[in-house]
Write a protein that binds this ligand. Structure first.
Ligand SMILES: Nc1ncnc2c1ncn2[C@@H]1O[C@H](COP(=O)(O)OP(=O)(O)OP(=O)(O)O)[C@@H](O)[C@H]1O
Length: 564
């Protein structure tokens, strides 16, 4: 099933992501996706007929007609249709801007997490937001967001960034990394009196934030917009799948903080709409993903773009829950030599607020097992991860047939469909979201109580990010993973490590598989819990893949996925 999807012409397992980037470097790439969908269309349309609008409508319900839109967009060389989607306007009322969910019963347990800051002269941590010396409007916005006390990554990250230091920060999923970089950046911009942005054909932002997926960068933008509310700082977001003309018009109205996916960002730079000479802050969220084989060339292009200050003349900040050692070494090239490494808990470790359950299955029993799991989750929000886009459609269609209100998100769906799917999932209209790895990282959705790994990923870091869609901000969650010994035994050792380091029960059969498996990671069934590991120190435990022995970094995400 997994490899058959490479019939879309995008390269198979392992080489997939590198190959993909050819389709995803700019907006025209949406069309690349469309081209890819043809092969699947027949398969899904038959399925779709039966759902009568019960939430799921397959991949290609809309083919954008090739008409002139008046947008300034260039068409691809093969004259595929333009991307014309314009998202609905954002709500302007404060209730919508500051909407948030409550932190959970385990929020205070964050205080017990082991923290390690390595590097020279780290500044003192703060313990309250008052100590962060935020200006009045930021303080007000923090409080309206429901933040009472900083999380550990905020306690340490905020003063490090405020002190002007470069940072590589590792903290578990859902523990507030976004505010850890946004708040000190916004504070500095305001304290230094950045010019309120205004209309100009060339925008020169002071901060540049990149993330690997459209939905994630949009979420970061929404957070930036929330914290900057009522200030002179103007954040803007650019990402693929949306009319370029629309985004240019928004950009030209002024931009201090530019959030973007790499392809669209490079497109805007290439069009002369964005200049980088004033960049003071460069943030890589999901930094390990941004520097792996798929995105590394784009990151190099961005730092090598005309006018981009050298690493000595900007502050570079990296955040993730996972940092394989080889990526840490590469990341060092983008950071000043004296960067600080902040580790909250186990580097690459899973969130301990997520109960992890593994069920041994065969390929053919997975669908029945899924129905069993969903019987118990009822209307509680559940994300079901599968390996391929085709499988996502197939499983979503199957669940709809079984009268489970389901939607899906993956790289072959139009952006409008992706946003609709997330909206339906967020609102509870479709409590089940079937997703590929495109939704594995960063997404912060209220009340996701369950994650199901229908297909386990082929990389343990990916597993950590996927299950981290639940159990966020001190809330508890549950992740059920289907383990097919015929397909997943290369993951056995890493799973044992991850489970035991998160104090979870390790099934005896999994330990048996781990002992038998020919994986390359060193094996530590006792799950010794270490704080940090900064690769500059060498050695040590880093979750399950960080020791450098895991599968190649290039295999970290779904092979056929197109992220941007
Ligand atoms: N100090 C705080 N108090 C209360 N809520 C907070 C605090 N900090 C962050 N949050 C909330 O916690 C949730 C998770 O934060 P965020 O998305 O930044 O996590 P993350 O560490 O980036 O996760 P991931 O690794 O999955 O990207 C968000 O809803 C955010 O608004």
């Amino acid at each position: 099933m997994q490899s058959s999807f490479s019939s879309q012409g995008r390269g198979g397992r392992g080489g997939g992501r590198g190959g993909f980037k050819g389709f995803s470097t700019d907006d025209g790439n949406e069309d690349g996706r469309r081209g890819g969908r043809g092969g699947f269309r027949g398969g899904s349309q038959g399925d779709r007929g039966g759902f009568g609008g019960r939430g799921y409508r397959g991949v290609d319900e809309e083919v954008i007609p090739k008409v002139s839109t008046g947008d300034n967009e260039t068409e691809g060389e093969d004259a595929r249709p333009r991307v014309t989607y314009i998202p609905p306007p954002l709500a302007e009322d404060e209730d919508a801007i500051f909407a948030h969910y409550a932190s959970g019963i385990n929020f205070n347990k964050y205080d017990d997490i082991l923290i390690d800051v390595s590097g020279t002269n780290p500044p003192q941590a703060i313990y309250t937001f008052e100590e962060a010396s935020l200006c009045e409007s930021l303080k007000r916005n923090v409080s309206k967001s429901g933040y009472v006390k900083p999380t550990p990554v905020q306690k340490h990250g905020i003063p490090i960034i405020a002190a002007g230091r470069d940072l590589m920060a590792c903290a578990q999923t859902g523990s507030g990394k976004t505010a850890a970089f946004l708040l000190p950046i916004l504070q500095k911009l305001m304290a230094d009196g950045v010019a309120a942005s205004s209309f100009s054909e060339l925008q020169e932002p002071e901060a540049l934030i990149v993330a690997p997926t459209r939905e994630l960068i949009n979420q970061i933008y929404m957070e930036a917009r929330k914290f900057a509310h009522g200030t002179c700082v103007r954040p803007v977001v650019v990402y693929g799948g949306i009319s370029t003309g629309h985004q240019i018009r928004d950009l030209l109205r002024g931009c201090n903080v530019l959030c973007g996916t790499p392809g669209r960002l490079l497109d805007m730079i290439g069009r002369g709409k964005v200049g980088l000479t004033k960049i003071r802050y460069f943030v890589l969220d999901e930094a390990d993903r941004m520097l792996d084989m798929g995105f590394e060339p784009d990151m190099r292009k961005i730092v090598g773009s005309p006018g981009m200050p050298s690493k000595e003349d900007r502050q570079t900040l990296m955040f993730s829950a996972t940092y394989p050692a080889d990526i840490q070494r590469l990341a060092g090239e983008f950071l000043k030599k004296d960067y600080l490494f902040l580790a909250v808990g186990v580097v690459g470790g899973a969130c301990s607020d997520v109960e992890q359950v593994l069920i041994q299955v065969t390929k053919f029993s997975k669908r029945d097992q899924l129905l069993d799991v969903l019987k118990n989750t009822k209307d509680e929000r559940t994300m079901v991860f599968v390996e391929t886009k085709r499988q996502a459609d197939f499983i979503a269609a199957f669940l709809c047939q079984e009268n489970v209100a389901t939607t899906s998100i993956h790289g072959d769906r139009e952006q409008r469909e992706r946003e609709q799917a997330l909206g339906d999932f967020r609102s509870g209209k479709c409590p089940v979201l079937v997703a590929t790895s495109v939704a594995a990282r960063g997404l912060d959705i209220q009340d996701v109580q369950h994650v199901v790994n229908f297909d386990l990923p082929n990389n343990i870091d990916e597993y950590v990010h996927r299950i981290g869609r639940t159990g966020r901000c001190g809330n508890t969650g549950r992740a059920v993973s289907f383990y097919d010994p015929a397909a997943d035994d290369q993951l056995a050792r890493s799973l044992v490590k991850i489970l035991s380091s998160a104090q979870q029960e390790v099934p005896a059969w999994l330990e048996g598989s781990a002992l038998d498996a020919h994986g390359t990671t060193s094996f530590n069934p006792q799950g010794k819990v270490f704080a940090s590991t900064d690769s500059r120190r060498g050695g040590g435990f880093q979750g399950a893949s960080g020791g450098g022995g895991g599968p190649p970094v290039a295999a970290a995400a779904a092979d056929d996925e197109d992220w941007e």
